[in-house]
Design a protein around this ligand. Structure first.
Ligand code: CAA
Length: 295
């Protein structure tokens, strides 16, 4: 049976984007957050994004209202019991994800498909003992309303029927699916993380300034943003977590988090979302933050 009712767990940067895109495509969506404050914040983010789309003439006011009417916001996990597909977008922590899916497993019918938006954790580790045949990775990219790709991660236990249903769903939300093997980092982060880390190593070695390294990749290679802007955009804490997971899996130094990445996170500079990362994002244009103590 085709997927009709969708649950999104976690309404942060990724979860809110996923919920918005799914609701705009005509699906009934229940969005769940752990507390009222993050739920309200996530809802506000979705409303802001929809308002911007209307402002830009990409969405009619009637379609915005219809998308909002298809969304229900809740803190109660029990509300997800009637969903055909539940997409998880919570913190990148295996134990937290397994706890959530174990609770969902007791609530949802056996045919409900469970999906994780993890950027690097192996799906098999998450799904083991929890309906592994109806479990996939659905890895979206930031900003979700703009980026067309979804990596569909197939574990060694995911059934062919589940993959077919999920592929059809991804096409219905007007994204492009690719199949990725269930190994840490999948396709995109396997290639993207070493690139980001090489930029940090280059900065540490004094090859160029942060702005010039960014400028080099934008003007020299046509990238939409340079590596430091991109790390700030993804989240420095998220990038660090992905490196840690990939290093744990492969034990290859190319995924080892550089000291500078750890230090910036230790200072609470998580990137654009926290106002400061490698750049200061509080003004109209990002300003590179000095890394030599001369702030
Ligand atoms: N929501 C909706 N639309 C958005 C948006 C958002 N958050 N941000 C930008 N847009 C839209 C704009 O409205 C604009 O649309 P139009 O052209 O129709 O007007 C379009 O995107 C371009 O935006 P801007 O002109 O404001 O700025 P830009 O040209 O610099 O584009 C960008 C912004 C799309 C983010 C672009 O810089 C980009 O593609 N950057 C790279 C993003 C990227 O690599 N993402 C993947 C990160 S990796 C990841 O997410 C996964 C992981 O596991 C780490």
């Amino acid at each position: 049976m085709a997927i009709q009712k969708v649950g999104v767990v976690g309404c942060g940067l990724m979860g809110s984007g996923i919920a918005e895109v799914v609701a705009r495509s005509g699906f009934d969506v229940i969005v769940r957050e752990v507390g009222e404050a993050p739920l309200a914040q996530g809802k506000k983010r979705i409303e802001g994004s929809l308002a911007k789309a209307v402002e830009k003439g990409k969405l009619s006011a009637a379609d915005r209202d219809a998308a909002l009417a298809r969304m229900t916001f809740t803190t109660a996990v029990e509300k997800l019991a009637d969903r055909d597909l539940v997409i998880e977008a919570i913190i990148e922590d295996l134990a937290a994800k397994r706890e959530l899916f174990t609770a969902l497993d007791a609530l949802c019918p056996k045919q409900t498909i469970f999906a994780s938006n993890t950027s690097s954790l192996p799906i098999t580790d998450m799904a083991a003992g929890i309906r592994a045949d109806r479990f996939v990775g659905l890895h979206f990219f930031n900003p979700v309303p703009v980026m067309k790709l979804v990596e569909v991660v197939r574990s060694i236990a995911t059934s062919k029927a589940t993959m077919a249903e999920v592929f059809a769903f991804v096409k219905r939300i007007e994204k492009e699916p690719i199949t990725a093997k269930d190994t840490a980092g999948f396709v995109v982060n396997l290639l993207l993380i070493p690139y980001m880390l090489d930029a940090i190593h280059a900065l540490e070695r004094g090859v160029g300034s942060m702005e010039d390294i960014d400028k080099a990749m934008v003007l020299g290679c046509g990238h939409p943003m340079g590596p430091f802007t991109l790390i700030d955009f993804v989240g420095i804490d998220t990038t660090l977590r992905i490196c840690e997971i990939m290093y744990e899996e492969y034990r290859d130094p190319k995924y080892a988090p550089p000291g500078l990445l750890k230090r910036v996170v230790a200072l609470g500079r998580f990137g654009k979302k926290s106002g400061k990362g490698f750049y200061d994002w509080s003004g109209a244009a990002p300003i590179p933050l000095p890394l030599d103590g001369e702030i």
